[in-house]
Write a protein that binds this ligand. Structure first.
Ligand code: ATP
Ligand code: ATP
Ligand code: MG
Ligand code: MG
Ligand code: MG
Ligand code: MG
Ligand code: MG
Length: 272
């Protein structure tokens, strides 16, 4: 196309490079999964097979894209975090979102039969939408990660299964409620203490590289937080070697508390 009279058509494309030096989160979310759950008889509110499948697809995405430092999922959504220094696809939003969403979808479909051996997929096939959001500080990123939880889901399905609500009524009932309200609804109506729910459902799933953990207290925690103190600088070659070793580390799925400092303190490379 170069040097032809058609070359100008490229100019209709717009640039969508995401803001430099910000943490990029690409979140994928299952399209119409309320219907898909019904079609394949997912157990409510948490079908273990479906969660394992989401986790397996996310693990494959993180393995294929070493630029992703951590991923976190609940329900039919997964958030993939790209380091603020990431330059993959020159940080073009559409390339990042479509690559992650389509890789995720491919693996979800590919791995379906492993988790649902007796239930073949049929059209309409599962698909995932995606979006990218930039968070300018570590605090913003951690707040974003902390806000995702399974409390809405648990309360919604308790209202339906134990409270006799239909889906519309439950949605309306929960509109505008805060976490404290949902905890209160669960306890007062159904005597459910959300804290006692199984870890996997309550905490969601984290996908990270299984890399050396730092013992708490062996480094200055403040160093990992933006705007507090400059981390002790090591040489570029040392940084590069560390990065290579991390990229080689195996990718694992776990159910850990990502709200507390401990998770991040033990993995300072995630945020530094
Ligand atoms: P949209 O296309 O707008 O995302 P949706 O129907 O997927 O529509 P969501 O808000 O994403 O709407 O809700 C996802 C639905 O899938 C919820 O009802 C949730 O309970 C259900 N779901 C997701 N994962 C599981 C699971 N592992 N077990 C049971 N239900 C699940
Ligand atoms: P849209 O996709 O059209 O922008 P939406 O209402 O589906 O609209 P999302 O951006 O997909 O909004 O969801 C925003 C966040 O709100 C998600 O991270 C999710 O944690 C929370 N959320 C929204 N709907 C639900 C739900 N039904 N159950 C649990 N969490 C929800
Ligand atoms: Mg949505
Ligand atoms: Mg939604
Ligand atoms: Mg969905
Ligand atoms: Mg969802
Ligand atoms: Mg091409």
């Amino acid at each position: 196309m170069a040097n032809s009279r058609f070359e100008y058509v490229k100019q209709f494309e717009y640039s969508d490079n995401l803001l430099p030096n910000t943490w990029i989160v690409v979140r994928v979310d299952g399209r119409g999964f309320s219907k898909l759950c019904a079609k394949y008889n997912f157990e409510k509110p948490n079908d273990r097979r479906a969660i394992d499948l989401m986790n397996a697809a996310a693990k494959a995405v993180v393995t294929e894209l070493p630029d992703i430092t951590i991923a976190y999922g609940v329900s039919d959504e997964y958030s993939f975090v790209l380091h603020k220094t990431c330059t993959l696809f020159e940080r073009r939003a559409s390339k990042l979102i479509t690559t992650i969403a389509s890789t995720f979808t491919s693996y979800y479909v590919h791995l379906w039969s492993t988790y649902f051996p007796d239930t073949p997929l049929s059209p309409p096939l599962p698909s995932f939408d995606g979006r990218a959001v930039c968070y300018p500080s570590v605090q913003n990123l951690r707040d974003y990660m902390s806000h995702i939880n399974n409390l809405y889901n648990t309360t919604f399905w308790s209202l339906i299964k134990l409270g006799g609500f239909d889906a519309k009524e439950a949605e309306k009932f929960l509109a505008g409620t805060f976490s404290a309200d949902k905890n209160e609804i669960l306890f007062s109506k159904f005597k459910i203490n959300y804290n006692n729910e199984p870890e996997m459902y309550k905490k969601g799933s984290v996908v990270v590289r299984d890399y050396e953990l730092v013992e708490p207290g062996s480094h200055n925690v403040a160093e990992t937080i933006d705007n507090v103190a400059e981390p002790v600088k090591q040489s570029k070659t040392q940084d590069e070697n560390d990065r290579k070793r991390r990229n080689k580390a195996s990718v694992v799925v776990d159910h850990l508390d990502i709200i507390k400092d401990d998770f991040w303190d033990r993995r300072p490379w995630l945020l530094s």
